[in-house]
Design a protein around this ligand. Structure first.
Ligand code: HEC
Length: 107
């Protein structure tokens, strides 16, 4: 299981302390379980590659649309391929929760 790589308990308790609302908790959980943090960083801004986008504090509607477009292939530049590989694991409802969560992070 991928969870074992990331000290999930410590990570979750840190996020829960910061997240006031239920939807944010859900998005925080998804951000970890869907492996977003491996590329974008656990804070959404410490990216694994300098060229990967910081997404902490991103506008919710924009982030949601980008995720949908990367999943569908509508957004398909050179770097989108890296993320597209995992997007079959993420539903529309999960993308909504993730976009909400990202918008609550400190940019
Ligand atoms: C394998 C690495 C990788 C993973 C895993 C990954 N991403 Fe990405 N993500 C990227 C890259 C690279 C881009 C930039 C794509 C491009 O240039 O079109 C990106 C773009 C984005 C964007 C658009 C940013 C912008 O400013 O337009 C959002 C939002 C996003 N990712 C959220 C997520 C979420 C949420 C997850 C987990 C479900 C996730 N990503 C998983 C690598 C990844």
């Amino acid at each position: 299981m991928i969870r074992t790589k990331f000290k999930p308990v410590l990570f979750m308790s840190a996020l829960m302390a910061l997240s006031p609302a239920a939807f944010a908790l859900d998005g925080a959980e998804l951000y970890k379980t869907k492996t977003c943090l491996t590329c974008h960083g656990k804070d959404g801004k410490t990216t694994i590659m300098p060229s990967y986008p910081k997404i902490a504090g991103q506008n919710e509607a924009y982030a949601l649309q980008q995720m949908k477009d990367i999943k569908s292939g509508a957004r398909a530049n050179g770097m989108s391929a890296a993320m597209k590989g995992i997007m079959h694991l993420v539903t529309d409802e999960e993308m909504e929760a993730l976009a909400k969560y990202l918008s609550t992070l400190q940019p």
